[in-house]
Design a protein around this ligand. Sequence first.
Ligand SMILES: N[C@@H](CCC(=O)N[C@@H](CS)C(=O)NCC(=O)O)C(=O)O
Length: 224
Amino acid sequence: MQNASVVVTAYDWVPSFAQGHVRDLRVRWALNEANLPYEARLIDHQQKLEAEHLARQPFAQVPAIEMDGGSMFESGAIVWSIAEASDHLLPKDPAGRRQALAWTFAALNPIEPVVARLAEVVFFLDDEDLKTRLRPRAVAAVETRLTQLQAALADRDHLAGAFSAPDILMATVLRDLGHSDLLSHYPALSRYLERCTARPAFQRALSEQLEAFAQNAHRYERAA
Ligand SMILES: N[C@@H](CCC(=O)N[C@@H](CS)C(=O)NCC(=O)O)C(=O)O
């Protein structure tokens, strides 16, 4: 690695249920849309706790990015910054840009936490009784947001005019429901997600994340 002007910090490997869903995917997608070459700095789950990484990401998470001589964290802020550096990932008019900003926060605030909560119940709870008790409420919270989101999207193809930064965030959040059939009850949202993820830049980003995991899998299989 090194000498690239853009460096994305990501995990070298995660368990299969999380592969293709780690949040550096959003950053890789935005960079591919913006045609900005980058290199990945791959860290493991010990390195994320070390001072060198905490200086980049104070909460011991990924992603983080180095670009324009500085470093930043939080995937939404990173995607927005990449979009600002690009000439086609944000509306040019002030009103459209404000809509894009609102939808960027919307993807990460009302929507992502309920999606993440359901994933937590499905993937991280070992207690089957507790899982059975908590799942209906977690599903209902997601359904409420999907109903509202579908109504707000109405017949538009994208959230804020043409495809833009908030679509990268919203689509990656909605993809995280792929472990369930929930989205199939929301045809406009299913079509929206298909439209976004059919983009070549998304496909490249996904391959790049998965390729890193595949290259490092042997180290973890040996350790298991
Ligand atoms: N709000 C943060 C969330 C980052 C996050 O949750 N990253 C996950 C991977 S997708 C992580 O590193 N989790 C490990 C941990 O929290 O210890 C962002 O969007 O960048």
